[in-house]
Ligand binder design. Sequence first.
Ligand SMILES: C[S@@+](CC[C@H](N)C(=O)[O-])C[C@H]1O[C@@H](n2cnc3c(N)ncnc32)[C@H](O)[C@@H]1O
Length: 223
Amino acid sequence: MPVDYSQCGHRGSRHESSVKTSSLATFCSAAFRSPKTVGAVWPSSPRLAARLAAVVPSVGDPTIVELGPGTGAVSAAIEERLQGRGRHIALESDPSMAHFLHRKNPRAKVHLADAVDLGSILARERLADVDAVVSGLPWALISADKQKRILGQIAHSLAPSGVFTTFAYVHGLGLTAARHFGQSLRSAFDEVLSTRTVWVNFPPAITYVCRRPRRAASIEISA
Ligand SMILES: C[S@@+](CC[C@H](N)C(=O)[O-])C[C@H]1O[C@@H](n2cnc3c(N)ncnc32)[C@H](O)[C@@H]1O
C-alpha cells in the first residue's frame, strides 16, 4: 500500500531539524544501495530538468504527474513552471528519496509508490485527464512487461491533449532494450518526438515528447 506522505503529519518544524542530509547525499546513497532501481549515479542537471518540465502548461491549473522524482531535480523545474498553480503528484518507490522529497518540496504530493500503481492512486485522488506526465524512471532497468503496464497506465491517465515526456541516456540508445522501448512508446502514443542531446548532463541524455495517447490500444513490445 503506497504511503501518501501528505497524510502522515510529519512535515513541520518538529522534523525540520532532522532534514540535514543534502539532496546529493540522499541520491548517491540510494543509488549505491539500489543501483538497479535508481539507474543513475547523479541527479539530472538543471538543463535536462528544464527540458523535461517544458511540457508543463504555462497557463491554467494543470495536473502534473511525476514518476521517479528521486530527490527532486526535475520536481524543482516542474514547480518553477507551475508557479503555485495546479497540482503536482509524485510517485517514488525509494523510501529515503520519497521522504526527502516530501520535506524538500511541500507543494508536491509525494506517494511512496510504484509507477505501476498510477491508475489506482489517481482514482483515489479523484483525478482524471492529467495534463502532463514527466518521467525520470530508469526504463532500461524495468522489464518489458512492466514497461508495458506503466505506459498503459500513463496513456489511460492523460487527457487526450496531455503530454508524456521522459529521458534516455545517449550511451544506451543503440541497445536492443532501448529500441524496444521506442517501439513501446510508439504503440502507446500517436506522436513520439525525440529532442537534441542535452550534453550538460551526466551522462548526456535525450528526451522523448509523446502526444495523443492511444488510450484504448494495447501496447506491443517485442521480446
Ligand atoms: C534515474 S533516477 C531519476 C531521479 C530524478 N528524476 C532525476 O532526474 O534526477 C530514477 C528514479 O526512479 C525511481 N524509480 C525506479 N523505479 C521506479 C518505479 N517502478 N516506480 C517509481 N519510482 C521508481 C528511482 O528510485 C529513482 O529515484
